[in-house]
Ligand binder design. Structure first.
Ligand code: CTP
Ligand code: CA
Length: 224
């Protein structure tokens, strides 16, 4: 079966993908999270596998089946996702951060269930590590691909993320009006230093295959 994969655009390469939301516990029965379904990340993992790569998917909690031939590592928190990624990124040629990582976690997790008391309750939060920026900063690290979910000024915000995090490619998607999150179709604006292209609205499975094609092209450019 490996022979089938030997000819794809990513043949022989190792691809590490993050997907899904993270869950940040508040107490034993509650957590902070977001609406990510994991569909885009799982579609990227499947497309990379179909393109001949060996694929590891580090995934937050989702309702999705792991694509055939893909190795899955299940995590809950951003911290666990970072650790799972750092343990595997050394051998990766490509890193795709499709996870919707919670930017903040509870400053302290309560041991017991938080009881209802006053009319108002404030939660103290602290920043989670940025997994994508951490990987992008590794000397001799993989080709890094980020996603940018924006509700306004899509290109400007995405290009800022591309440069600030030092990425090779960013896939920007408009999440205003319920687009992008927990739906089967999406459109992507792909940006890289000095260029870009748009992938029109279509099923995430097809979008992922096009993204993989562009990743392979960009890696080829970088090596030529
Ligand atoms: N990301 C990550 N680790 C985090 C936060 C984000 O790896 N702690 C990755 C996401 O997987 C995505 C990219 O960074 O590929 C951008 O995520 P996004 O939420 O759009 O941007 P942020 O940098 O978190 O900035 P903000 O939420 O303020 O727009
Ligand atoms: Ca964020």
């Amino acid at each position: 079966l490996e022979a089938v994969f030997a000819t794809g655009a990513l043949a022989g390469l190792q691809v590490l993908v993050t997907a899904g939301p993270t869950r940040e516990p508040l107490d034993p029965v509650r957590y902070l999270s977001n609406r990510s379904s994991g569909k885009m990340g799982y579609a990227v993992a499947r497309a990379a596998r179909e393109a001949g790569a060996r694929v590891t998917l580090v995934t937050g909690p989702t309702a999705l089946a792991v694509p055939e031939g893909v190795e899955a590592v299940r995590v809950e928190t951003a911290q666990e996702m970072l650790e799972a990624v750092m343990a595997r990124v050394g051998t990766a040629d490509v890193f795709v951060a499709a996870a919707a990582v919670a930017d903040y976690r509870a400053a302290s997790v309560e041991t017991h269930k938080i009881k209802k008391q006053a009319e108002h309750l404030s939660l103290a939060l602290e920043r989670n590590p940025d997994i994508l920026a951490t990987v992008a900063a590794l000397p001799g690290g993989p080709f890094t691909v980020g996603f940018a979910a924006e509700t306004q000024d899509l290109e400007r915000h995405a290009r800022t993320k591309l440069m600030k995090k030092g990425l090779d490619l960013i896939a920007a998607n408009d999440v205003s009006n319920g687009q992008g999150f927990d739906v089967d179709e999406n459109a992507l604006t792909l940006l890289w230093p000095g260029g870009g292209t748009t992938l029109e609205r279509q099923p995430k499975e097809r979008l992922a295959r096009q993204l993989v094609t562009v990743i392979a092209q960009r890696m080829g450019e970088a090596n030529s």
